[in-house]
Design a protein. Structure first.
Lengths: 320, 320
């Protein structure tokens, strides 16, 4: 029998999603388990495989499964390990041979990479980057992740950890402190959390009126979006600033790999033109002449609820 | 008969060098013609081929030549054209089908790219990057050029013009004006001309004593090197500043492609530790933890007088 399906697994800090996907990118069936109730990687793998086996039975058994793709924080494609993933309760300061643990238990090949690289493969296989050989995926979530595709292949680099564009420098002097230990990282300005941080800083440092002042507790990027959408001037300026920072960085990324497009994914990417316009404006203002108005900025075409599973699953089609 | 040799041609603004190279990277014979005495590309090609044919006769004729590799400003690998090369007297605002003009005249395959990409291929074929699959070549000459190698292949990008790292932003606000029209480009700080510019600015803006004040005319990077080498404090600080700017940018480049090494080439690279120490220090201070003290900064191992020919010639070995 043909092996017609692949499995996509997205390991998140709180929840891990599992799905079975066909060649057209349809998630046939999915479920999830808690990630953070485990402190031991092997026990987590055991529970994950139990949940997965239930799904596999419903599509006719393991004989139908070509392979498993996994997107995980600090996932290393070359070694199949999850390394020093401090955001995972069972991650710790070690390298967990996650792909091997899974393939030993399931008896099918397993590929593993980080979530942003998985998203790039997903977009190339099922989404907005279909047919593209050179593009950069930027995920705008609580952090800023990236997956770089050159000549149709994800760039993993010498050690498997290439593509950390959220940790390139957006502000060189007196930049914001980043969780990674550096300062001025793009992520501290352009993630959902970075945008909310801009809002709080600007509200604190001026008396400008804004509906954002009515929000009692911690302002979120969603609050800023809604305010901007309703025409709040300060909120709109926060989006302009965030887009400007992204566009400036994008110009440097283009100078590196001359992509056909930059694909945006994640919560902030749902802001549409509020973010897109300032990105395009500042990117083009900073590009070399030869690239001005030639680099497309596009949005992911994967359904958000399926995207993490789809991205991870796409890795499995490439398994030899 | 085996086709045992390749031709390397380096097109420079003033002079173009031609050489015949064997598989070990020995330049068997070389010559050069003036580039800037021509205003017509076809006539230049005619003279270039005449000079090349003389060399080819001396190694037994065209039957011994496998192919021709050309490094040229604004050379596009995909199309074989030299595009908008304003520094070439016969370049102008057009795309010259240089590879085709050459292959039509010579009857052997021709590959063409820009000089920094050619240098990267040369280093990978004959030099310091032999055996490396992931590295970045940085040429520190009158400008800052770059050739990026990922998975053993030069990155050309969607349009053939990837790898313009000299035109990434080193200084975001109030950066120096660059010839490219942008401001703050790495090239304006870290090229030989950029370093001399730092010297002039710093001499003008302070009264600090320095042997550089004794130089009657335009200060060059060589003057600054000699002063620093002799212990001049200001000159040493100029090298520290230049290295700091390079190291900061290198940290961003590493976040992109996670190379095994960054290879330095060109006039400024001869400054040795004066430049290397501050580069390493600032790169490591700016890298994510996972890369700290793991990325090698090394110098080109190609003999400077042969390097341009060798780099271009290496392209020809890859011709199918």
């Amino acid at each position: 029998m043909d092996k017609t399906y692949v499995v996509g697994i997205d390991i998140g800090g709180q929840t891990s999603k599992i799905g079975i996907v066909d060649a057209r990118g349809t998630v046939l069936i999915q479920s999830s388990i808690r990630t953070d109730t485990h402190t031991d990687a092997k026990l987590f793998v055991k529970d994950l495989c139990a949940a997965l086996n239930k799904l596999i039975l419903e599509v006719g058994g393991i004989a139908n499964i070509r392979g498993i793709g996994i997107g995980a924080p600090n996932g290393n494609f070359y070694t199949g390990t999850i390394e020093n993933a401090v955001n995972l309760t069972w991650g710790g300061n070690t390298a967990i041979p996650f792909a091997k643990l899974m393939s030993d238990k399931m008896g099918v090949p397993v590929a593993l990479t980080n979530d942003a690289n998985a998203a790039a493969v997903g977009e190339m296989t099922y989404g907005a980057a279909r047919g593209m050989k050179n593009f950069i995926m930027i995920t705008l979530g609580t952090g800023v992740g990236s997956g770089i595709v050159i000549n149709g292949e994800v760039v993993y680099g010498h050690d498997g950890f290439a593509g950390e564009l959220g940790h390139t420098t957006a502000v060189r002097n007196n930049g914001r402190q980043c969780n990674c230990g550096r300062t001025g990282c793009l992520e501290t300005y352009a993630s959902a959390i970075g945008l909310a941080r801009t809002a709080r800083e600007w509200l604190d440092s001026s008396n400008e009126s804004s509906v954002l002042r009515n929000i009692p507790e911690n302002i979120t990027s969603k609050d800023v979006f809604e305010a901007a959408y309703q025409g709040d001037v300060l909120a709109k300026r926060i989006f302009e600033y965030t887009g400007k920072k992204l566009g400036e960085s994008f110009a440097d990324f283009v100078a590196f790999s001359a992509p056909e497009a930059i694909v945006l994914f994640g919560g902030l990417a749902r802001s549409g033109d509020l973010l897109l316009k300032p990105i395009e404006e500042s990117m083009n203002a900073n590009l070399l002449h030869l690239w001005k108005n030639k680099i497309k900025i596009i949005f992911s075409q994967l359904k958000e609820s399926d995207a993490a599973i789809l991205g991870a699953s796409a890795l499995a089609w490439e398994l030899k």
